[in-house]
Design a protein around this ligand. Sequence first.
Ligand SMILES: [Mn+2]
Length: 360
Amino acid sequence: MRILHTADTHLGFRQYGLQDRRDDFFKAFEQVVNVAIETKVDALVHAGDLFDNRFPTTEDLVEIFGQLSRLKACGIPFLGVTGNHDGKRGKQWLDLFAQLGLAKHLNPTTLFDLKGVPVWGMDYVSRHRQQVKPPQVDGGILVMHQMLDVVAVPREQGELLLEELFQCGARLILLGDYHEHKDCVWRQSDVAVSYCGSTERFSSSERDRRGFTIFDFETLRLERHELDTRPFLYLGSAKEPLEDPISELEALAHLVPGAVVVIEVGDCPLTPRQLQEEAVSRGALYVRVKRTQRDQQSSPSTAMAQLPHIEQVDEAITSALKGASFSPLAHKVDEVLRDPSVLVSHVDKRTTQLLDEADL
Ligand SMILES: [Mn+2]
């Protein structure tokens, strides 16, 4: 029996405020569904963070219904748990999808019978820096969305202990939350534990190819599938920041079209806005500029000493922003973010409205 394991699809995420990036996350998910259907897997397991947040838009819901319906038409069950990003108080989106016959919301006490193999799941448990006990189950597959001690940094912040997972009774434990797959499969006697990684780059630090895995339940053998995602081009590094990013961009012009360019710069006189314009004029989608400050590198304590007192943070941000060359739109967004009269739950809507009005 073949089980497709995916997680951390973060659907609806408008990374860098871009509609293109929002579409990229859906395209990656569509590829996962395509492979599930083409290779006729027995189930698609989603280990949490299906959506990037608790409030998917109607556009997001229309697209997810489309993909779940394709799976249903092919008789492939979609089995899921919620993650830390998409979990709601009370009923979950997965419960709605289940009600419509498009998904199964897994839980620790009632098994889902997948052709004779029990499948269990547990939604993300928010216990910051405390350990979560895995449920004791009776064989089969367990799906969870938590950080394992062996990948958490620092290790004490791990929510689950790998050793305990090996003892929980399941034979295959499919996890979400950690966005990397590489070196994230652990085996002990007849038990395998694995993270599949995210399907699109949720942050520019996710440098490896994105993908998902298919497990053969009988042999516990794993097939890795790589996804065709938005190219990210990395120029410079914290150790070797660029002094002259423009000539690097020129040298790599053939790689730039459509890419998100991540530039690590040192003592460069150009502002992020100027770099953005330079790269976009060469066809880049977006530029993420990281500045490596040599004095901060050598002495983090000096940088700490320069931080304003907590009560003056707002003032310090305002005066720093005055000196920065951000667009009027960026200043408007900043106003919404720091305006105490704007409810946190309204921030997303208000900023999206500003971006839509700006018609970028
Ligand atoms: Mn995630």
